[in-house]
Design a binder for this molecule. Structure first.
Ligand code: ZN
Length: 194
């Protein structure tokens, strides 16, 4: 049971979209606002994501904030401490465990902000983001711009045909695509038609 006056009000915010849609930028923007208001902020990212920096979260536009790299979502619970605001980047890499962790943090009165991909490179909902969307108080869907036709884009096209490959944040391996230009891997071909 939350004591609102003593513990503040907890809730969950999700920022989701395709790659190149500015999720991390938006996460960083919100966390910075909280820091400016002198709120205690704890920031986490999965240890798998070591692009650019291992102790910062970094957006494609090079904005950065100090963060803690963790392997399991459970570690976030243990390390969040007295933070008022808990930021989590690349939430899709934490698996379903993240849902309960976010719930617990919010129930303790913390503002939890999660950024992550809502679809994988096949256009399939990427757990646990869909589940987080269902329980979140606030949802922001960020849109990229389709790199083929310039329309608003919410899909991530993998340009490599290697389905085994795990590539995090590699600009030359992925493109943002709109619904019309996105091609699921089964029907992969060099140039999208239409
Ligand atoms: Zn397009």
């Amino acid at each position: 049971m939350i004591n609102v006056i003593q513990d503040g009000w907890g809730w969950i915010e999700v920022i989701c979209g395709s790659m190149f849609s500015g999720k991390s930028e938006e996460l960083i923007r919100r966390l910075r606002r909280a820091q400016i208001a002198r709120q205690d902020v704890a920031i986490f990212k999965p240890a798998i994501d070591d692009r650019y920096s291992s102790d910062h979260i970094v957006s494609h536009s090079e904005q950065r904030l100090r963060s803690i790299a963790v392997t399991h979502a459970q570690e976030i619970l243990e390390m969040a401490g007295d933070a008022h605001v808990v930021g989590i980047d690349e939430g899709q890499f934490f698996g379903m465990e993240l849902v309960e962790v976010c719930n617990e943090l919010a129930n303790k009165g913390k503002r939890v902000i999660v950024a992550g991909l809502d679809q994988d490179y096949r256009g399939i909902p990427f757990e646990p983001i869909p589940q987080l969307l269902a329980i979140a108080e606030s949802i922001t869907k960020t849109l990229a711009i389709c790199m083929v036709c310039g329309a608003p884009a919410n899909r991530t096209q993998r340009l490599s045909s290697d389905s085994e490959r795990v590539v995090v944040g590699a600009k030359d391996v992925y493109e943002a695509r709109c619904r019309k230009c996105f091609q699921p891997p089964e029907q992969e071909s060099a140039s999208p038609s239409g």
